[in-house]
Design a protein around this ligand. Structure first.
Ligand SMILES: [Zn+2]
Length: 236
């Protein structure tokens, strides 16, 4: 039943216009996802923008960041957002044994459950790398791997409006989108200030382009993510 509804949701992006016989795009959906937090420098600002804009998101949290900033995890949930698992150490899972992958997953599951009581269903591998063997291990552990269509941040682009333009250029014509942003920096290699500045511009622009924001905590939102996960597998 869940699978059937998800198919309808995605297929429903195009409908025949009654009378005209021309396909018209009726509904476009976008899911915002934030990786690498929680981080006291950026997560509160991201939550504030999302609250002002009335948009919900999935936060793929890193276990060691959760351990250091448990209060931010509660703030994310209080904002009506959804949590996902982004490993404990943020090391690539490629090259890890199934046992090591499960250890990364379970350490984060367990600290998140301890703080919030939440069970994490969605998983995103660090840097988006995973093997078929990893995928099967994660699946057996009840995790759903959620990838993305395009990432906002680009090292060479520092101007928030230019980042938004470049992102919307790359996803032009797509009706169902998952976007990757970052609200943290577990490896101390990136400043996320530009992300925070670009976020309200991005949300405005996506709305202007006709996108509705997926609420990942809703039944429809969960179906959207499940369906997306099935059709966007990329082993590396
Ligand atoms: Zn990451």
């Amino acid at each position: 039943m869940l699978v059937l509804s998800a198919t309808i949701l995605v297929a429903g992006a195009f409908q025949l216009h009654p009378g005209a016989g021309q396909p018209v795009s009726t509904t476009r959906y976008v899911l915002l996802t934030f990786d690498d937090g929680p981080d006291p420098r950026y997560t509160p600002q991201v939550l504030s923008v999302l609250r002002q804009q009335g948009a919900k998101a999935v936060f793929f949290v890193v276990g060691k960041q959760v351990e250091a900033h448990p209060e931010l995890l509660r703030d994310i949930l209080a904002g009506g957002h959804t949590l996902g698992n982004h490993t404990f150490t943020h090391a690539s899972i490629n090259g890890k044994t199934p046992g090591e992958v499960l250890e990364e997953v379970r350490r984060t599951d367990s600290i998140v459950a301890e703080i919030t009581g939440e069970n994490l269903r969605w998983f995103r591998p660090p840097r988006g790398f995973y093997t078929e063997r990893n995928y099967l291990t994660l699946q057996q552990a009840g995790k759903v791997v959620v990838m993305w269509d395009a990432g906002l941040e680009k090292e060479r682009i520092k101007e928030p409006a230019a980042l938004v333009d470049y992102l919307t250029f790359r996803v032009k014509g797509k009706d169902n989108l998952v976007l990757l942003l970052h609200d943290g920096d577990p490896d101390n290699s990136h400043d996320r200030t530009t992300t925070v500045e670009a976020l309200p511009l991005l949300i405005d622009e996506l709305r202007r382009l006709g996108y509705s924001f997926v609420d990942p905590s809703s039944v429809e939102g969960q179906e959207f993510i499940s369906s997306y996960a099935v059709t966007h597998q990329r082993y590396k």
